[in-house]
Ligand binder design. Structure first.
Ligand SMILES: *[C@@H]1O[C@H](CO)[C@@H](O)[C@H](O)[C@H]1NC(C)=O
Ligand SMILES: *[C@@H]1O[C@H](CO)[C@@H](O)[C@H](O)[C@H]1NC(C)=O
Ligand SMILES: *[C@@H]1O[C@H](CO)[C@@H](O)[C@H](O)[C@H]1NC(C)=O
Ligand SMILES: *[C@@H]1O[C@H](CO)[C@@H](O)[C@H](O)[C@H]1NC(C)=O
Ligand SMILES: *[C@@H]1O[C@H](CO)[C@@H](O)[C@H](O)[C@H]1NC(C)=O
Ligand SMILES: *[C@@H]1O[C@H](CO)[C@@H](O)[C@H](O)[C@H]1NC(C)=O
Length: 561
């Protein structure tokens, strides 16, 4: 690794140059007390992670370290991304604006020149005196963050990217014949990898190194750590396979393409088809199916990648403890969107289904979501994912529908900064405002702690909550094509606007003009309506069964955010 040394120098230079390098006095941030002048923030964002975690009730996946974080956090059960693909989702939650305001539905534009010069979440913390740092995949790299992860606006120092990331798509996966391939399924012997490491291992090391530097500073910090796994390819240390014997892996509960699914809603998961091991299966386009034994292998490797991720998150949080920072650092854990592991016959994100839009979302707030911190206490001791530990009790609340676009105002609120105002319509000329809103009103009462998470009590919350979540997804046309997963802006002809309430999801696929960025509400290409109580997996589209009357109009207010 060539860069850490340079980074350390950069940070030292920075501290010296702006005069914030004085070591913190021993009295600063005493345990168990309200945090004077707010907290640090550790923002963990995972690529393509659906809530396949013990703390979200998954009975198979082993995620003891994330579950431990969950047990000290407020764990949102119904959090949704605004568009189920990396760059649009990340630019949306990092600017606190919906995709219709960032105008990024693909990977090909930088919002500051293409839509408006919007401030970002880390930029806001930076402008409020925080040292802001990006490690791994936080912004999507490339044009959508001006090839710099929006440095210098968002970050105090240039973003760190692990050097071994460049091998992700090269031939490093050993096949049955002993030769190397660029496969989808790629459990590896890490010592045999180029550079002897993996990207997320390097990112964890760098994040820990930065924590140990900034702990000496008087300034607060905002450290964003972006993990690459479980994004494909599933390149992870092979020992994690042992946690998931193939005979224990089931297929998705609904592995077939639903009968009444409109063709515009389906995405043909082209990216896995390009991997050598999948290509060899000669899977029919666009509907497949993937052979059943290979379906099990994909699911097995996704889960193994999650346990590998959990191990690294455990090391990172353990280091936060060891650096003496757990008592004054807010920890957020989330993902950019979910991933379909065979549900609806799909193997990707790129849709408006819950399986693609729903994400884990938890906030650890010192002294508020966990009992007061005692000196010398470890809040996040590392848990070996191979050790037998009891399954966590699934967290119960909050169940309100919340949106990632609300991360920006929520974190500002939690850190005691002024919450950015709600955006006017239109808001292209307003640098600082948000399309989201603070989630603090949904936090259990202060001092309630995680114990108050356990209640079932869903009924009264349901009827009392009017919170809804919006998502959207573009398509180039009404039938699956090679670019239906991720059409470029100029090719978008249809936009699927979706609303999720406690009771249902409705999606309207509307004619869309990419030159004017407008949807035509009288040009409905297709509709989807799923009722949560009777059809939680969203397999039975009721849109055409509900009639065309006022009930449908009342339910499908997909654009009224
Ligand atoms: C965009 O905003 C940043 C600060 O957020 C400012 O430094 C920059 O000059 C602005 N650019 C333009 C073109 O207005
Ligand atoms: C994007 O990066 C280029 C090259 O570093 C720079 O010249 C340009 O000013 C950046 N764009 C904005 C809007 O800051
Ligand atoms: C991993 O590779 C190293 C170096 O080739 C080898 O010494 C070691 O035995 C391998 N480990 C496993 C479990 O195969
Ligand atoms: C696999 O399933 C069997 C039978 O249900 C069970 O006894 C075993 O513990 C499972 N193994 C793992 C690693 O979950
Ligand atoms: C792939 O499948 C198609 C039909 O789906 C068939 O015509 C073709 O021969 C197959 N190719 C190989 C290499 O098996
Ligand atoms: C909207 O769609 C309707 C129905 O297809 C069509 O008649 C109308 O011209 C469209 N409006 C615009 C502005 O394209």
């Amino acid at each position: 690794m060539a860069r850490p040394g340079a980074l350390a120098l950069g940070l030292a230079w920075l501290f010296g140059a702006v005069g914030i390098g004085a070591p913190r006095s021993a009295a600063a941030g005493q345990p168990g007390r309200p945090i004077p002048g707010g907290s640090n923030v550790l923002f963990i964002v995972v690529d393509d992670l659906r809530p396949a975690l013990g703390s979200y009730g998954d009975m198979l996946v082993r995620s003891p370290n994330i579950d431990q974080l969950a047990s000290r956090s407020v764990v949102f059960q119904n959090a949704f991304a605004q568009q189920a693909v990396c760059a649009p989702s990340r630019v949306s939650f990092l600017t606190g604006r919906r995709p219709d305001t960032t105008r990024l539905y693909d990977f090909n534009s930088y919002w500051r020149v293409h839509a408006g010069n919007y401030s970002t979440l880390p930029q806001y913390f930076k402008e409020n005196g925080y040292i802001t740092m990006s490690v791994g995949k936080v912004f999507h790299p490339g044009i959508s963050s001006n090839h710099s992860d929006d440095y210098p606006y968002s970050w105090t120092i240039p973003a760190f990217h692990p050097s071994s990331e460049k091998y992700e798509n090269t031939k490093v996966c050993r096949g049955k014949d002993g030769t190397l391939h660029a496969n989808l399924i790629c459990p590896v012997n890490v010592t045999e990898m180029p550079q002897g490491t993996l990207p997320d291992i390097q990112s964890t090391e760098e994040a820990i190194r930065l924590l140990n530097i900034v702990k000496e500073s008087d300034s607060k910090f905002f450290l964003a750590v972006g993990y690459h796994k479980p994004h494909i390819p599933f390149r992870y240390p092979q020992e994690f396979l042992k946690l998931y014997p193939l005979e224990n892996i089931t297929l998705a509960p609904d592995p077939d393409v639903p009968k009444r699914l409109p063709s515009v809603a389906y995405n043909p998961w082209t990216d896995i088809r390009h991997r050598e091991d999948v290509e060899a299966l000669n899977i029919s386009f666009p509907y497949g199916p993937v052979p059943k034994d290979f379906q099990r292998k994909i699911r097995q490797s996704y889960f193994a990648s999650v346990s590998y991720l959990d191990m690294l998150v455990g090391k990172l949080l353990n280091a936060l403890d060891d650096a003496g920072l757990s008592h004054n650092t807010i920890v957020v854990f989330t993902a950019d969107h979910g991933w379909s592991l065979g549900e609806h016959g799909e193997w990707a994100k790129y849709s408006n289904f819950d399986i693609a839009t729903r994400v884990p979302l938890m906030f650890y707030v010192p002294g508020i979501t966990a009992p007061p911190f005692r000196p010398g206490q470890k809040l996040f001791p590392f848990i070996d994912p191979f050790a037998q530990v009891p399954r966590p009790a699934p967290a119960g609340k909050p169940k309100e529908m919340v949106e990632l676009v609300s991360l920006f105002p929520t974190l500002a609120d939690l850190a005691g900064l002024k919450v950015p105002p709600a955006c006017p319509q239109p808001s292209f000329h307003v640098p600082l405002c948000t399309d989201g809103r603070s989630m603090l009103p949904y936090f259990p009462p202060i001092g309630g702690g995680p114990e108050s998470n356990s209640g079932e009590g869903g009924e009264e919350e349901k009827s009392s909550s009017s919170a809804v979540a919006f998502s959207q997804y573009p398509r180039p046309g009404d039938v699956p094509e090679w670019d239906s997963d991720l059409p470029a802006l100029q090719d978008i002809r249809v936009m699927g606007y979706s609303i999720r309430t406690a009771d249902y999801r409705c999606t309207l696929w509307l004619g869309f003009n990419p030159s004017t960025f407008t949807a035509n509400l009288s040009d409905i290409h297709a509709g989807e309506l799923y009722f949560a109580a009777s059809d939680p997996d969203q397999d039975h589209n009721m849109y055409n069964r509900v009639g065309s009357g006022s009930l449908k109009q009342k339910l499908c207010k997909v654009l009224e955010h």
